[in-house]
Design a protein around this ligand. Structure first.
Ligand code: E4P
Length: 240
């Protein structure tokens, strides 16, 4: 579709966002294998009615996984929301934060939900210890995702590829559970995630727009960069 390096990717690319028309447009691309969103992205996109937003997207998004996140903080309310969200359509995964705002872990809830056959996407995960606890409670017969926030891990100066590699090992016997490299920061992360055998990566539109640069001639790119500096200096009328 775009170029061989992109076409050859084995990793599943999920589009992350909350702009409805953009999500539907991306859903229709072969390259995009699923969709994700979260309450922060929804707020940024000015979504006012959660259910109306989700249900209106689900009219178009039928055949690829899509994740919507619970927003309650109490585990009983989270469970109710998860049951409701999951009832909206077969391809829905319910994002469950790995802990609530009181730092209470969600493992019991994850067990209860997956035992009820609800597909979860455990979100905001950042440590291998968390992945071990999640692995312990996931029902092996129910598909699930574990979203490791690699970009946020990297923001702390820690190499997330180690966390992802170790997490893939921890989850290897749960054949229906997949690791998502979440919170990417640059296009290179797609190739880093691919190299360690990660199942999927969530990618925002701004990163997806950079896919056209994959394999681009670096001498040519160098020239274009120099021209940009030259043009901008000229437009500004600089003289020394
Ligand atoms: C993934 O599912 C999340 O929506 C997303 O990747 C969060 O990334 P951030 O760290 O940029 O908020």
């Amino acid at each position: 579709m775009m170029n061989k390096k992109v076409d050859d990717l084995k990793i599943n690319i999920f589009a992350d966002g909350a702009n409805k028309s953009e999500m539907i447009r991306l859903y229709n691309q072969d390259l995009i294998k699923g969709l994700t969103t979260n309450p922060t992205l929804m707020k940024q996109a000015n979504v006012k009615n959660y259910k109306e937003f989700a249900v209106s997207i689900l009219k178009y998004v039928k055949n690829k996984p899509i994740s919507f996140e619970v927003f309650a903080d109490d585990f009983m309310d989270m469970e109710k929301q998860a049951i409701e969200i999951s009832s909206w359509q077969e391809n829905v995964y319910v994002k469950i934060p790995v802990m609530n705002t009181k730092k209470k872990t969600s493992y019991d809830l994850i067990k209860s939900l997956t035992d009820q056959n609800i597909k979860v996407n455990v979100t905001a995960v950042m440590t291998c210890e968390q992945v071990k606890s999640i692995e312990n409670v996931l029902n092996p017969e129910v598909p699930s995702y574990v979203s490791i926030f690699a970009g946020r891990i990297a923001d702390t100066g820690v190499d997330p590829t180690k966390t992802i590699t170790e997490s893939l090992k921890i989850l290897r016997n749960k054949t229906l559970s997949e690791i998502i490299w979440a919170s990417p920061r640059e296009l290179l992360n797609i190739f880093q995630a691919e190299a360690v055998g990660c199942h999927a990566i969530t990618v925002t539109t701004s990163l997806l727009n950079k896919l056209s640069l994959v394999g681009y001639d670096l001498d040519q790119y160098s020239l274009e960069t120099v021209k940009m500096f030259y043009d901008d200096a000229e437009k500004s009328g600089y003289s020394i």
